[in-house]
Design a protein around this ligand. Structure first.
Ligand code: ZN
Length: 105
């Protein structure tokens, strides 16, 4: 048997009219949205902190602080590290290109 409108749970909205919207369900939805928003904010803050930590150190992975500001080496600590990383990236790109070519037949 389908519910008639009178059997549907009713509540009062904020202007004291009867409504079929259940205030408890609406409050639960609102709380869930608030929780999701807090979770999202926390995740964004964690991602930002991780990014700042990642860019703080040399991109070549030598363990030194990256040079910042004027005369920086694209996230590396020195010119030597920059060119070493450049070479590594080129090797990776070549390997990837070769893999793709092999897959295409
Ligand atoms: Zn370095």
């Amino acid at each position: 048997m389908p519910k008639t409108p009178l059997e549907v749970k009713v509540g009062r909205n904020y202007i004291r009219e009867w409504t079929i919207a259940d205030p408890k369900a609406r409050a639960a939805d609102k709380a869930a949205r608030k929780r999701a928003s807090a979770k999202r904010l926390k995740a964004e803050q964690a991602a930002l902190a991780a990014y700042l930590e990642r860019v703080k150190w040399c991109a070549n992975g030598c363990g030194q602080l990256a040079a910042l500001g004027e005369g920086n080496w694209m996230g590396c600590c020195s010119e030597a590290c920059f060119w070493q990383r450049e070479e590594a990236v080129k090797v990776q790109a070549d390997a990837r290109r070769a893999r793709l070519a092999r897959r295409q037949g």
